[in-house]
Design a protein around this ligand. Structure first.
Ligand code: ASP
Length: 353
């Protein structure tokens, strides 16, 4: 009998909490929209072909059922582009906006909607420059908003669920798509059109989320957020870094062109373990000696580019990218060049970040 009265007391207490719970008790999430297929429209649901960035942030949020049960959501349009057009200017605007929004008590978390083509780059950039430990979650979709079985609304629902989960704080920028949570550093787009496109290469995902229920896997072991040495507060542009794709019979012509056009850093999407032809190697070696920072990455989907393995990086003054693919290496090198052009210091950053 005693047990029963305790249970009833607890039940009454929970009921009164539920009755008094309202918008004021929910976490506050600011949605920053940038465009992409998630905001894309076809002429009709069965038409092939669509335009990215056709819907605004309010239309995207209105399409998601029960979002108001998860959080108090406010939306803001930062850009409305296909992410193939993402550029340094929008990165800096977005990064500064994320920092400003999270510094305010009006936001407990940020959710960013973005195209999937360059999401792996924007997310890594944000994870290196966001100074708050509050959650930052990015979502996209592979099917436009008008599609039969559009994946955007589910990804937004899961994204807000992750952003409002206490475990998301301090994990840096997270990417949520197709029920999977990825750390920005590891996530890569792997399929041109499938909804199962993102993979956490070499490591596996950060967790999973199913209809709002979150499960975490491995922690992130690299420095991010306020633990990095990068600040974009005073920046209005980023140094130019180009990617050069290696292949059989590769010449040095594109390397010369990149340097002539002002590249301060070059990332080689090398064959195998970051290799390239002898003529390319010779020109890059000269470039490194003249102050252009050269990072060897790989065009392969998995594996690490190892320092001083087949190429003597110490002698040539190169940086080895480790796990970072060419696109992510380019992001880190751009930020690294805002601090130094010393390849030894930059190699350390590739080990740490
Ligand atoms: N081209 C689109 C974009 O990146 C693809 C997508 O969002 O899935 O904006």
């Amino acid at each position: 009998m005693k047990r029963k009265s305790v249970d009833l007391g607890l039940a009454a207490c929970v009921a009164s909490l539920i009755l008094t719970a309202g918008a004021a008790d929910l976490p506050k999430v600011r949605v920053l929209a940038t465009g992409g297929t998630i905001a894309g429209a076809q002429a009709s649901a069965t038409d092939y072909g669509y335009k990215s960035g056709a819907y605004d942030v309010n239309s995207l949020l209105a399409a998601v059922p029960n979002l108001d049960k998860l959080a108090v959501i406010t939306g803001e349009q930062v850009a409305n582009i296909g992410s193939q057009d993402m550029n340094d200017e929008i990165w800096l605007k977005l990064g500064k906006r994320v920092n400003a929004v999270l510094a305010s008590p009006d936001a407990d978390a940020v959710l960013i909607t973005h195209g999937t083509d360059t999401l792996e780059e924007t997310s890594y950039f944000l994870s290196l420059v966001t100074k708050s430990g509050k959650p930052v979650v990015m979502v996209g979709s592979m099917r436009p908003a008008t599609a039969i079985s559009a994946d955007g609304p589910g990804n937004i629902y899961n994204g807000v669920s992750v952003a409002t989960t206490p475990g998301a704080a301090g994990k840096g920028t997270l990417v949520v798509l197709n029920d999977t949570i990825h750390y920005a550093r590891n996530v890569v787009k792997t399929d041109t059109t499938s909804v199962q496109t993102f993979a956490s290469i070499n490591r596996g995902p950060a967790g999973v989320v199913h209809t709002g229920k979150v499960e975490w896997f491995e922690p992130m072991d690299r420095k991010l957020g306020k633990a990095t040495e990068f600040s974009i507060d005073a920046l209005d542009k980023l140094p130019r870094v180009d990617i050069i794709y290696a292949h059989a019979n590769m010449s040095a012509d594109l390397i010369d062109a990149a340097i002539r056009n002002g590249a301060k850093g070059l990332v080689v999407a090398g064959v195998g373990d970051g290799n390239m032809t002898t003529p390319a190697l010779d020109v890059l070696s000269k470039a490194a000696k003249s102050g252009v920072v050269v990072v060897r990455s790989t065009r392969l989907p998995t594996g690490m580019v190892l320092r001083n393995n087949e190429i003597n990086d110490d002698e040539k003054g190169f940086v080895a990218s480790g796990e970072l693919n060419p696109a992510k290496s380019r992001v880190l090198l751009q930020l690294a060049l805002t601090r130094t052009s010393d390849p030894v210091r930059i190699q350390k950053m590739f080990y740490e970040y």
